[in-house]
Design a protein around this ligand. Structure first.
Ligand code: NAG
Ligand code: NAG
Ligand code: NAG
Ligand code: NAG
Ligand code: NAG
Ligand code: NAG
Ligand code: NAG
Length: 271
């Protein structure tokens, strides 16, 4: 490996499989997303709306969020990561709910020198609590290979993400932690740093907060009746997951005490 710029077909198997709502806007970032941080110079959507470059320089990075909020579904994005020396930069794709006590599922691509591999950093947040980090060496594609599963142990008293989430994408300066534990800093002489996003699809159950608009309490529609709700990995996908964990994992909150200094959380003993 050790490639420079890689195109990653990211396939965030969030909680499940195919479903209700088809793309309403095709591949048009202008229609589907809004800027949450940065300006249109750092998030300059192509004229036809199909490509979103996110740029980091010393003045700013950028973050966009989808207008839509989703519960269960499959989310795809093609991402071309920052080429050449990208150490210290963080390129992300993650669903997250609004507010500070958020549910969130993180995919963060940690930059590196051109001759070293990117690291995929993942985390799962439930009601504002994270500390469930796993890192992987990037095998050419994430593609259709599942890299992480977070099981529903609600019955065992462990919180599970269910809050409606937006899709967020961002590029930011993470050189306080991202590369070599923060020892390696961004080389600003290489700026600007740009990651390209395209082919976003959300095959997902779109929900609205009906309390907010006075039509009821909770979220509508009820997504627990759609086909994504009970999605689990089949035996081939389980084999691929095991293969990734046997060969590519480099940090795991369930086995590395430095990631879980107060002890491993209960789900680590259940899988
Ligand atoms: C993309 O969406 C924007 C905002 O809704 C709209 O102005 C533009 O015409 C759309 N572009 C295409 C190619 O559909
Ligand atoms: C998943 O594993 C199977 C073998 O069990 C292999 O043939 C296939 O290429 C793998 N798929 C991916 C996307 O890695
Ligand atoms: C998780 O498990 C709880 C308790 O078994 C159940 O009520 C809930 O619907 C499940 N959620 C999902 C997304 O499967
Ligand atoms: C990305 O979208 C373009 C335009 O819709 C399409 O031609 C292309 O096949 C897509 N690429 C992948 C890998 O899905
Ligand atoms: C409130 O949200 C519900 C759920 O999406 C939607 O059906 C309804 O039209 C919304 N009402 C208003 C006034 O926006
Ligand atoms: C739903 O809307 C109500 C009323 O605006 C608000 O109090 C509540 O925090 C919202 N819930 C979520 C999860 O956003
Ligand atoms: C999901 O599984 C539960 C428990 O097995 C079942 O009651 C429910 O009908 C299933 N839902 C769907 C949409 O398949």
């Amino acid at each position: 490996m050790g490639a420079t710029s890689k195109t990653i077909q990211l396939f965030a198997f969030l909680l499940f499989s195919l479903s209700l709502v088809h793309l309403a806007y095709g591949n048009n970032f202008s229609a589907q997303f809004e800027i949450a941080w940065g300006d249109s110079e750092h998030a300059k959507v192509s004229d036809d709306g199909s490509v979103l470059p996110l740029t980091l320089d010393q003045s700013s990075g950028a973050r966009l969020q989808s207008h839509g909020m989703y519960q269960y579904g499959r989310f795809d994005m093609l991402i071309k990561l920052v080429p050449r020396n990208s150490q210290g930069t963080v390129t992300t794709f993650y669903p997250s709910s609004d507010g500070s006590d958020q549910d969130e599922i993180d995919f963060e691509f940690l930059g590196n020198y051109a001759d070293k591999e990117y690291v995929l950093h993942t985390n799962v947040w439930t009601r504002g609590t994270g500390h469930r980090e796993q890192q992987f060496r990037l095998c050419w594609y994430v593609d259709d290979t599942p890299v992480r599963v977070f099981k529903n142990y609600t019955a065992e008293g462990i919180q599970y993400p269910y809050l409606p989430m937006r899709t967020l994408v961002s590029i930011w300066n993470g050189d306080s932690w991202a590369t070599d534990n923060g020892m390696t800093k961004i080389d600003w002489t290489q700026a600007p740093f740009t990651s390209l996003y395209t082919n976003y699809t959300a095959s997902a159950c779109i929900v609205a907060n009906s309390t907010a608009n006075g039509s009821g309490s909770g979220w509508t529609p009820d997504c627990s009746t759609n086909t994504w709700f009970n999605k689990t990995l089949n035996s081939d996908e389980m084999k691929n997951l095991t293969w990734v964990h046997d060969n590519y994992i480099i940090a795991n909150y369930c086995t590395d005490t430095y990631l879980s200094p107060n002890g491993f959380p209960p789900e680590c003993y259940l899988s």
